[in-house]
Design a protein around this ligand. Structure first.
Ligand SMILES: [Mn+2]
Length: 335
């Protein structure tokens, strides 16, 4: 059990608090940050949410009052120099906050990591709060707020928490979904969160570019190991033909994983700078974060990823080979 009362002392001691989450943030990171922001404002803390990436448009509804800011050294470095504590949500790997990490170090700011991804024993944080069993980091932020604050959570907090839990459980469908997720959802509905609206804003707002890119990908899925392993490539050429942006590919690996017979899906995406982003999803039969770690990334047992500074051809060959080997080894273990 996490001792949230004790963790609260770190937050109480700080007057000025920076909230952040991994680059290319998803609903969990964004929802945690806004929920915590509304709580910290309520207890009169000086606080700001900064992220190195632009906010994906589908999460605009959480950005009332422009509280989700994209980090800009000219705009923010003076304020950051006054910060006492940085709370980092859902980061998975500390380097994924990019330049903010440099600023935090430069200003000697204490860090509180709140995450449901594994971190090494020799983690770089002042305080490391990890719950691997939590379906989302949003579950943890909810637990914190419920411990330190009386009554039901407020609606602005609930909108962030609901978004976090909904997106990280694939709308309460993935194997990580538990009674706690549903209990949280009940409270969110009770305080007035419009769950249908949030669902539609996030999942029923595909751009034409996204659909066009998806169409291209679906024509070119590679099936291996009797169809249990499905992988696909997105290169820069496909991106430009579809006029797609990075945010347009979110959820593609989840989609490919839903194909009948597929146990593991893998996306290999070529970034603008020629590095490659890998995404792995598993239905639960095979553990896939081992391969992600081998390739320099990390994540959960059944949802993980990596960024590799190698050309696409090399990454495809290497990642496909490693994943096939891992699945075959696990098959032997299962037999
Ligand atoms: Mn998460």
């Amino acid at each position: 059990m996490i001792d949230w009362k004790h963790i609260n002392t770190y937050i109480n001691e700080a007057d000025s608090i920076l909230l952040t989450m991994h680059e290319n943030p998803d609903g969990d990171g964004i929802g945690c940050a806004t929920a915590m922001y509304h709580y910290l404002k309520e207890i009169k803390k000086d606080c700001r949410i900064l992220n190195v990436s632009l906010l994906p448009v589908e999460y605009d509804f959480l950005n009332e009052g422009d509280i989700l800011e994209t980090y800009d050294p000219d705009l923010h470095n003076v304020w950051i120099s006054t910060v006492d504590l940085a709370i980092i949500f859902d980061v998975g790997d500390y380097k994924r906050i990019r330049e903010l990490k440099t600023q935090i170090k430069h200003n000697n700011i204490k860090t509180l990591n709140i995450d449901h991804h594994p971190h090494p024993e020799d983690h770089p944080f002042t305080h490391n709060v990890v719950d691997l069993k939590a379906a989302s980091t949003g579950d943890m932020v909810y637990d914190y707020i419920k411990t330190v604050r009386n009554g039901k959570i407020s609606k602005p907090m609930a909108e962030g928490i609901y978004t976090a839990v909904m997106t990280d459980t694939g709308c309460f469908r993935y194997s990580n979904t538990n009674t706690h997720c549903h209990d949280i959802a009940i409270e969110c509905i009770e305080v007035g969160v419009n769950t249908t609206n949030i669902y539609q804003l996030i999942y029923e707002s595909s751009s034409h570019s996204r659909v066009s890119l998806l169409g291209n990908i679906l024509q070119n899925i590679h099936y291996e190991l009797d169809g249990e392993f499905a992988w696909f490539i997105i290169d820069q050429n496909m991106m430009s033909i579809a006029k797609a942006s990075k945010a347009d590919v979110e959820g593609f690996s989840d989609f490919v994983r839903t194909i009948k017979g597929v146990e593991v899906s893998m996306m290999i995406m070529e970034n603008e700078d020629q590095s490659c982003r890998l995404n792995f999803r598993s239905t639960g039969k095979y553990i896939i974060n081992g391969v992600a770690v081998e390739l320099g990334g990390g994540g959960h047992k059944f949802a993980s990823g990596a960024v590799i500074n190698n050309p696409l051809d090399y990454v495809v060959k290497n990642a496909v080979k490693k994943m096939k080997k891992s699945i075959l080894e696990q098959r032997t273990g299962l037999a």
